[in-house]
Design a protein around this ligand. Structure first.
Ligand code: FCB
Length: 446
């Protein structure tokens, strides 16, 4: 199939539904000599951390090619572009603004707005300034206050030209992958570290929210969380319990404090060694109303009872079919996720802020026929539509990603773009999935 089709009666086929594409600063910008070093620069320089030993020094050279990229985004017919602001690009080591970095985003945002493209800016997509990591990074409570200062300065500069601010992208990844199992920067490990980093990131979110609401009251201010729905590997009570624990530990841990002002009950099983240090009032700060919730979804996982002391679950390998990064393709879990979050919490309007597939693309005669990616989008967009039919207030969807880019620990080996990037020439070519996405978007009625 070469098309993405939604039922003609779907609310997603109306212009008021927001369709966008997404990227993140470290993954596309390059231009590192114009900013402070960040934890991903350091991680890339550490042997064995990145699959192809690559780094973000050039990436998609978006720092220099941003004007062409604005044209490219506009040519896709999207309503919105989700980008991230690089903290180490806009703030200097003394905590004041780096005017050059601020101008870069000012120009980019003006360029997008001039094309009628709404800007969804994420204020932290994993590129913590290295000098803050040297002082403990997200294990240091002080970093949360540093983040709030940065948010105050940058949101005063960019103001309401930014349609929507997200404080964080995927706290789970920063905390769990970065500080608990160490496969992402800064590569620290240990349950206590992971839980502590998560708490400080959530605290930083809670401290930043009132600042955004004050500086940019007309912008939509919220957060982007990722979810990997947890399914029991069998009907046994032990496996169901394991899946429930996994869900609390990797998913609900990040949303429940924001929505309900409490951690999920698994916190009581962590004991003093692993539970995070908190101060009185922290949960009330985190439990601040958000204007929207961004949800990133790629795949699900299966769980069974733990086989080791001290563990809560055993995680299974992904089932098939899989994308090129090894993640199971299972659109139904996206519907079930949205419906279950909607029943557990009182949700604000929801945007699916990331969804997409890594495919081993081949360019033949200038064409990338990425049928598997088109099928992925077709399945998942229809899954979103099913959730809307079931009563979930989903108001937007962003494809990950606008273009192929630096895929973290996988380097440049995994391609998620709807636009192909030739890293030798930096030439961008819209893939067939990009054309299918454009077709869908431009075929919407009033
Ligand atoms: C998400 C990240 C994004 C991208 C996709 C594939 O976890 O937010 O930067 O790498 O995965």
């Amino acid at each position: 199939m070469n098309k993405i089709t939604l039922p003609i009666t779907s609310p997603m086929m109306k212009r008021q539904f927001t369709f966008g594409v997404a990227t993140a600063s470290f993954q596309i910008e390059g231009g590192i000599e114009h900013r402070l070093p960040c934890i991903w620069d350091t991680f890339c320089d550490t042997d064995g951390k990145i699959a192809d030993s690559s780094n973000g020094k050039i990436a998609c050279d978006h720092f220099n090619k941003w004007q062409d990229d604005v044209e490219l985004i506009s040519s896709l017919g999207v309503d919105a572009y989700r980008l991230s602001i690089s903290w180490p690009r806009v703030i200097k080591q003394d905590g004041t603004l780096n005017e050059e970095g601020v101008s870069f985003y000012q120009n980019l945002i003006d360029g997008l707005n001039a094309k009628n493209i709404k800007v969804f800016a994420t204020l932290y997509h994993w590129d913590l300034p290295q000098h803050l990591e040297d002082q403990g990074g997200w294990l240091n409570r002080e970093t949360a206050y540093k983040f709030a200062q940065y948010v105050d300065l940058i949101s005063k500069e960019l103001g309401e030209k930014v349609h929507s601010y997200a404080t964080f992208n995927e706290p789970f990844c920063s905390a769990f992958l970065g500080y608990e199992i160490g496969v992402h920067a800064p590569g620290k490990t240990g349950k206590a570290n992971g839980r502590q980093a998560a708490h400080h990131i959530l605290l930083a979110h809670g401290l930043a929210m009132p600042i955004l609401q004050k500086n940019c009251p007309n912008s939509l201010n919220g957060i982007v969380l990722n979810f990997t729905p947890c399914y029991a590997a069998s009907d046994s009570d032990a496996d169901k319990q394991a899946a429930e624990y996994a869900d609390q530990y990797i998913n609900q841990w990040y949303i429940k404090p924001i929505m309900d002002g409490a951690y999920p009950s698994i916190i009581d099983k962590l004991g003093n060694d692993w539970a995070p240090d908190m101060q009185e009032g922290d949960l009330a700060i985190i439990n601040c109303p958000v204007d929207f919730l961004g949800i990133n979804y790629y795949t699900r996982l299966l769980y069974s009872a733990p086989t080791q002391d001290g563990e809560f679950y055993t995680e299974h390998d992904h089932l098939f079919p899989r994308t090129d990064i090894g993640w199971e393709i299972y659109p139904k879990a996206l519907t079930e996720l949205l419906v279950s979050l909607n029943s557990k919490y009182t949700l604000p309007p929801v945007y699916v802020t990331e969804n997409g597939a890594a495919i081993a693309d081949q360019m033949v005669d200038g064409i990338v026929q990425d049928t598997d990616r088109i099928n992925y989008y077709n399945g998942h967009l229809n899954a979103v539509n099913d959730a809307i039919t079931d009563g979930v207030n989903v108001v937007g969807y962003f494809a990950w990603s606008l273009m192929d880019n630096f895929e973290w620990a996988e380097g440049y080996l995994k391609r998620f773009g709807i636009v192909y990037v030739d890293y030798d020439t930096q030439v961008r070519t819209i893939k067939q999935s990009g054309l299918a996405y454009k077709d869908l978007i431009t075929s919407r009625g009033e």
